[in-house]
Design a protein around this ligand. Structure first.
Ligand code: SF4
Length: 352
């Protein structure tokens, strides 16, 4: 993604300039509680999170990073607001990246020292523009709009560029999906920096998932975005799972089997939903090859879709036809054909 952007490295992980879109989340433990924070980072890593961010709100949190860092395997980002001394302390204690808006500190000399420290430690800085906390003059000029967000991002970036620092990642989050998408589209045409995507304060549950999927998904389809976070109230693991589902839905990054199944209709003579559940369960294992498997309810529209998959099945009333590699592999009787199909699909998605 983001082929036109520059590339930064967060620890050993490449972000931007065509690197795979990475998934981020943020711990909700108190960063000073090292054991709880490390445990949550391990859970996030197991769920597939590539980068983890922790809130650093005081010196104790910055100190905790030095203990957390050696115990985890993913890059660690320190989230800092306002206090440049905490930004410097976090980098000295081993943060691989900081989230910090230079415009939030008044003194140019302080910005210079943050930029110098980041250069010395090879630490990129994410500028996180948030529609809810824009500068007063921009709000007066534009209101909470995409123009205001992008102009704010440009201002923050220029403060770092002034000191020769350009390992910048930019986010332009708003709780409004349309404003967010517009802001990222504008920024992508204007600035060379990798973009961190997300809809902020997306809320809870299904509504939040849809808002994130539509916002982040629209941008990813445009080829915009280099790293992403799905913000959900009440569930960091769910954030990572949702991010991965969005990437898989767009075929950007997939580490699970893609099951294509029809909605069923009056032609269906089998309990397709329970068959799909069995197939899904049988093909959800660690290290699965992400093939496409079709499970279709009839012999009218089923064969077309089944033929397009790596392996597929189309059900009649007493028989089912199994397809693969563009043609029919065999037909067999119900219900035995279901087990045979599942076994064959399993073989196909087991990596040698
Ligand atoms: Fe109906 Fe067949 Fe289409 Fe499934 S594939 S919805 S059973 S027509």
């Amino acid at each position: 993604m983001g082929n036109g952007t520059k590339r930064v490295y967060v620890g050993g992980l490449a972000v931007g300039a065509g690197a795979p879109v990475s998934v981020q989340s943020m711990t909700c433990t108190d960063t000073k509680d090292v054991d709880a924070t490390v445990a949550q980072i391990h859970a996030l890593t197991d769920a597939g999170c590539d980068i983890v961010r922790c809130a650093v709100y005081d010196r104790g949190c910055a100190d905790a990073l030095a203990e957390i860092r050696p115990q985890i395997s993913v890059p660690l980002v320190a989230d800092i607001h306002f206090d440049y001394r905490l930004a410097i302390a976090a980098m000295e204690k081993g943060a691989d990246k900081i989230r910090f808006n230079p415009g939030n500190i008044g003194d140019a000399e302080h910005v210079r020292s943050v930029a110098a420290c980041a250069t010395e430690h090879n630490v990129p800085i994410r500028i996180g523009v948030n529609g809810g906390s824009l500068e007063k003059d921009l709000l007066e000029k534009y209101g909470v709009t995409a123009e205001a967000m992008v102009e704010s991002g440009v201002r923050h970036a220029e403060m770092l560029e002034k000191y020769g620092f350009s390992d910048i990642v930019l986010s332009l989050k708003s709780s409004d999906v349309k404003t967010t998408v517009e802001a990222y589209r504008r920024a992508a045409g204007l600035l060379p920096y990798p973009l961190h995507l997300g809809i902020t304060e997306a809320g809870m549950g299904e509504e939040a998932l849809l808002r994130s999927a539509i916002g982040v998904g629209s941008l990813l389809l445009d080829g915009i975005g280099d790293t992403m976070r799905v913000s959900l109230t009440g569930g960091v693991i769910e954030e990572v799972e949702a991010a991965k589902k969005i990437l898989a839905a767009l075929d950007i990054r997939r580490d699970s089997v893609r099951i294509v199944s029809c909605p069923t209709c009056g032609r269906t003579r089998v309990d397709l939903a329970s068959i799909v559940s069995r197939v899904r369960e049988a093909l959800s294992f660690e290290g699965v090859k992400p093939i496409k498997v079709a499970v279709m309810g009839c012999a009218v529209n089923g064969p077309g879709e089944a033929r397009e998959a790596d392996i597929g099945i189309a059900f009649g009333s007493v028989n089912a036809a199994v397809f693969g590699r563009g043609g029919i592999l065999y037909t067999d009787k119900l219900p035995g054909v279901i087990d045979r199909f599942i076994e064959d699909a399993k073989k196909l998605c087991t990596k040698e």
